[in-house]
Design a protein around this ligand. Structure first.
Ligand SMILES: Nc1ncnc2c1ncn2[C@@H]1O[C@H](COP(=O)(O)OP(=O)(O)O)[C@@H](O)[C@H]1O
Ligand SMILES: [Mg+2]
Length: 243
């Protein structure tokens, strides 16, 4: 009789014994002390911890924006260290979207142009870029703001443009570093509504740093970081397991 072994799916992102040490003329600082952690495809994970605990360093390593001093970062089973810089840039462009607290939009470009800029990386033909940017902005509820520049938009709108930009190449992974950190409660809710939709309806894997318990409550699991270590991982049972 045939028996099929049930092998667990490859984690979409995985850290294995990751250490990060920064050095300057005054000496070395260990910012991450051997972190191992993995995220399943379609999972929503929050990262919490005091300021300076290593959250952004962790997220930047997960997003291959930075390299570990020791240990491995695997994206969909691929060891980032095995790739040259062009391959790594390609992996990042295809697999990972980033959203930062300060939006990081270009001030003299419109919402549409900010999104189009990301599309250029994957060589989408120019006439298609504008239409595609319009669709992406529509998706985050900003179809009526395509021609606005950042200064003409609220914080929540700017962050939704940043989300549209992050989604330009349909990455399966979205990394967000305090995306609601500059927003009031109402705008935070608007942004989290988009994040929720991406997770629930589009199967995007989300890792999100936040200081706020109310925001972390959107996630299925919360990784609590302290002094460069995982202090504990809590499950938000009411969120269930997303399949
Ligand atoms: N490029 C760097 N060079 C030296 N030290 C750094 C660098 N980036 C971060 N750090 C230090 O690493 C620690 C963790 O920083 P960070 O990951 O930004 O924390 P968090 O996002 O939790 O506030 C801090 O003490 C910070 O000063
Ligand atoms: Mg930070």
């Amino acid at each position: 009789m045939e028996r099929k072994a049930r092998t667990p799916a490859t984690p979409i992102v995985e850290l294995r014994h990751v250490r990060k040490v920064y050095g300057n003329e005054e000496g070395y600082t260990t910012v991450l002390h051997g972190i191992s952690f993995s995220v399943r495809k379609g999972e929503f994970v929050a990262i919490m911890g005091p300021s300076g605990s290593g959250k952004s360093t962790l997220l930047n390593l997960l997003g291959c924006l930075d390299t570990p001093t020791e240990g491995q970062v695997l994206i969909d089973g691929t060891d980032a260290a095995a790739l040259d810089s062009a391959e790594l840039a390609d992996l990042r462009a295809r697999k990972i979207g980033f959203v930062f607290q300060a939006y990081n939009l270009l001030a003299n470009l419109t919402a549409s142009q900010n999104v189009e800029l990301s599309l250029q990386i994957t060589e989408t033909a120019k006439p298609q870029r504008k239409a595609r940017a319009g669709q992406l902005l529509e998706k985050v509820g900003l179809g009526h703001r395509t021609g606005h520049r950042p200064a003409q938009m609220s914080g929540g709108e700017k962050q939704r443009v940043a989300i549209a930009r992050a989604l330009a190449n349909e990455p399966p992974i979205l990394l967000m570093d305090e995306p609601t950190g500059n927003l009031d409660t109402a705008s935070s809710k608007d942004v989290m509504k988009q994040v929720e939709d991406l997770w629930k309806n589009q199967g995007v894997t989300i890792l999100l740093i936040t200081h706020e318990k109310e925001i972390a409550d959107y996630a299925q699991r919360t990784l609590h970081v302290r002094d460069g270590r995982i202090e504990k991982i809590t499950e938000n049972k009411h969120r269930g397991v997303h399949t």
